[in-house]
Design a protein around this ligand. Structure first.
Ligand code: G3P
Length: 224
């Protein structure tokens, strides 16, 4: 299975800015920055674009997967199928698409069996404690109230990053914590790393920036 070192994970969500051919443009910008900085950049696009974007040869993951079987299931995102389209893993339990903890446990195992990377999101310390017991590859701490607000969690609530690292590693020594919510500049990334995070999960700070390439280059330069 592919491994990532201090990844910059860019969640494109369903922002209009990345609709149509714009999704290709932001992924190509990310690939250029990844090559220049020699850093791991992972893109989580809308599921319908995974197959096309995976041709650009930059790690692509799904924004969500469903704990349903391959076969006669309609309207779900099935791990085995997105893998066949080129996805190397998936975000699970994002605060904008939460699922039951038993489903998280099943999906982390299913992705591991498929040699796919799991990034499980947690909204608070209690959820960090619960979901880190499933030993995902990454755990992203993302206080929902800070998402999309442009005030980094590393500034607004630094202790939650330190505490998340402590609690997560107590439950699963191999799990790595990503810092999400409100990241907008390289100082936010530096602070998150100082607090023990081993990567970043970001959306609006990049998607809504005036230059995707320059912003991705700025943020990934700190993750070398
Ligand atoms: O998945 C990452 C996302 O929820 C963080 O949002 O816009 O605060 O970077 P944003």
């Amino acid at each position: 299975m592919i491994t990532f070192d201090k990844p910059l994970v860019i969640n494109l969500k369903n922002y209009y800015e990345i609709s149509g051919d714009n999704s290709t443009k932001i992924v190509e910008d990310a690939k250029k920055a990844s090559v220049l900085n020699q850093t791991d950049i992972i893109i989580a696009p809308p599921p319908s674009s995974i197959l096309a974007l995976s041709k650009i040869k930059i790690p692509i993951i799904s924004q969500h997967v469903d704990d349903v079987p391959v076969g006669a299931t309609t309207g779900f995102i099935v791990p085995e199928i997105v893998k066949s389209y080129g996805a190397l893993g998936s975000i699970i339990n994002h605060s904008e698409h939460k699922i039951e903890h038993v489903q998280i446990k099943n999906l982390v195992k299913r992705l591991r069996d498929l040699e796919m990377v799991s990034i499980v999101c947690a909204a608070d310390l209690d959820e960090v404690d619960a979901v880190s017991r499933f030993s995902p590859d990454f755990l992203a701490i993302e206080p929902p109230e800070l998402i999309g607000k442009g005030v980094a969690v590393s500034k607004a609530n630094p202790s939650i990053i330190k505490d998340s690292v402590r609690v997560a590693k107590r439950n699963s020594s191999a799990v790595r914590v990503l810092c999400g919510a409100g990241i907008v500049d390289k100082h936010d990334v530096e602070k998150a790393l100082e607090l023990g995070a081993e990567g970043i999960l970001i959306a609006s700070g990049i998607v809504k920036s005036s230059s995707w390439y320059n912003k991705i280059l700025e943020l990934s330069s700190v993750l070398k």
